[in-house]
Design a protein around this ligand. Sequence first.
Ligand code: CA
Length: 230
Amino acid sequence: MSQRRVLVVEDERTIAESVAARLRAEGFTVDLAHDGPTAVAKAQAIHPDLVVLDVMLPGFDGLEVCRRIQAARTVPVLMLTARDDETDLLVGLAVGADDYLTKPFSMRELVARVHALLRRMDKLARTTEGHEGAADIAIGDLEINRAERRVRRGGVEAHLTPTEFDLLVHLAIRPRTVLPRERLLAEVWGWADALGTRTVDSHVKALRRKLGADLIRTVHGVGYALEVPA
Ligand code: CA
């Protein structure tokens, strides 16, 4: 496999340097940017395989960087946030990040997330290319075209991030079945950590906002089920 390229965007130099050093030790080629405009310019110039993106940046913030780089081309984004409630807020805004990590984080955790995200994107690319197992799904007024990764509800198209789309498909292939949050986390995000179930909650929130609050039922203390009213 050719060397993967990661763009690390973080204005706190010590964090940026230690993240870069650890990712280089893992075999990645790493580029650094310390402010918003440089991050966007570098992302366009080097076409990274993944972006690690801090939210608070000079120039313009991580949200704006995420929007701009995702507008040009789909690239997985692991966003670094200062607090858990900031993560919820960002997911609610649907900025297009695929995963979130709250500071302070361990380098081990960061590396695990980076690998999981890249594995997920590889799997996604294979599925899209081969249309392997990519049968369309229609439940009530919900239509999912898996080959083209498009979703419509009541005939209206919704624009989902890659992660939101994958989560929706996981729920939709087993409608009315309650899927535990830990299982969704393992299957969609590719990692297992009970703390990460908040990420699942936040993405469900985003799906409800985009597709209707009645689509996904919460089973308290267990997980979620897709329910399309007849
Ligand atoms: Ca910062």
